[in-house]
Design a protein around this ligand. Structure first.
Ligand SMILES: [Zn+2]
Length: 375
């Protein structure tokens, strides 16, 4: 039998290896398309899709669920955005906790847990992020996706070299063109990201939403962290809430810069009548100083390099050796949301979220105690 030349054998083996890798990575990539279950709790009275407010989203990866928790008692309303950046999981998990456990007694709570649904279907390149993480609940373990800061390039491509923000003409790096929090107020016929922003803006306008809060996380070395960022119209509400929140946590209020466009706390305040707020908690997995980002680290926040950086005074937050865990980060978001409702005393009436866990209770019992058990 004729011997196969060595270079042909090598090339063939390489082809087989590449084919196997393509299949393995394809299966892995597809697995992020499956959305984690959300179990609507006793307060949920309705559900809509964002495409109702931007028909150009229908059938796209940007369409996403809006959960409605209507107390039946007229009053003010609050919209909570989780998952604007799916690599900032405390906002997403806090939003799910509201859907699954809150039962408002006056006013209406709206929750969009996966604001950028497309960005949940991929990871950021070269970050080595996990695709999923888990949280223990009373009835077992739940899984959630750890996504990307930006819309999946499969759904919106190519990126231009320079991103021109449509309504202001502001120019940013092309990499920001898929960032939902640079796309507001959005465009009905724009990119997928702009259409999502447009749908959210239209939702707020049509429902005359009183307060809108966009939940985020940031690197522990970032200056705007453990903070509320407020549009000037929402500054009174943020400050009133701060007085109460300062009793239980270190937190600050910052003014939304007037010359930075596309962000919720700027454009939703300028283009609608809503009181626009954004919150940031400290997330080690997003920073530049961390070690390996495992699924456990996303939840525990425990990272020896961040701990050491904190010892050198290089961070803007206290970073304990035990980390800043998901429960503490969600406790910040959830207790601030509750406080915004309590502190609001404007013309829209009241919004009362009903019985809510305290900051300390969420940390003591763990955020899993405020999520439904898997079904
Ligand atoms: Zn963010």
């Amino acid at each position: 039998m004729k011997k196969i030349p060595r270079h042909i054998l090598t090339a063939s083996l390489l082809c087989v290896f590449v084919a196997v890798m393509v299949v393995v990575l394809g299966i892995s990539f597809r697995s992020m398309k499956e959305a984690e279950p959300i179990y609507p709790g006793p307060g949920v009275t309705g559900q809509e899709m964002l495409s109702k407010y931007c028909p150009n989203l229908k059938g796209t990866a940007g369409d996403t669920e809006i959960y409605i928790l209507d107390s039946g008692v007229p009053g003010a309303s609050m919209l909570v955005l989780g998952g604007t950046h799916p690599n900032e999981p405390s906002g997403f998990i806090s939003a799910i906790s509201l859907i699954e456990t809150v039962k408002p007694v006056s006013g209406i709570l709206y929750v969009i847990p996966r604001a950028n649904a497309s960005a949940f279907t991929c990871n950021d390149p070269q970050e080595g992020s996990p695709q999923r993480f888990t949280i223990q609940t009373a009835g077992g373990e739940r899984w959630f996706r750890f996504g990307s800061r930006a819309t999946n390039p499969i759904d919106q491509w190519p990126d231009s070299e320079v991103y021109v923000h449509a309504s202001s003409g502001q120019t940013l790096s092309g990499s920001e063109i898929r960032n939902l929090n640079r796309a507001y107020p959005g465009r009905e016929d724009g990119t997928l990201t702009e259409r999502v922003a447009y749908g959210i803006t239209q939702f707020i306008k049509q429902h005359n939403v009183t307060i809108t809060v966009d939940l985020h996380e940031a690197s522990p070395e970032y200056t705007t962290v453990n903070a509320i960022v407020a549009h000037e119209d929402a500054m009174d509400l943020a400050t009133l809430s701060l007085w109460e929140l300062e009793d239980v946590m270190k937190i600050s209020v910052e003014a939304s810069p007037k010359n930075l466009h596309g962000l919720t706390h700027r454009e939703l305040g300028d283009y609608t009548d809503t009181l626009a707020l954004l919150m940031e908690t400290a997330n080690a997995s997003q920073g530049r100083l961390h070690g390996t980002v495992s699924a456990e680290m996303v939840v525990s926040g425990q990272d020896k390099f961040y701990y050491r950086a904190g010892q050198y005074g290089a961070l803007t937050v206290d970073y304990p050796e035990t980390g800043i865990g998901m429960s503490e980060r969600c406790a910040r978001h959830i207790s601030a949301l509750n406080e915004f409702c309590k502190s609001y005393d404007g013309p829209a009436g009241t919004i009362d979220l009903g019985e809510m866990p305290s900051y300390k209770e969420i940390i003591t019992n763990g955020i899993g105690a405020y999520l439904a058990s898997p079904k």
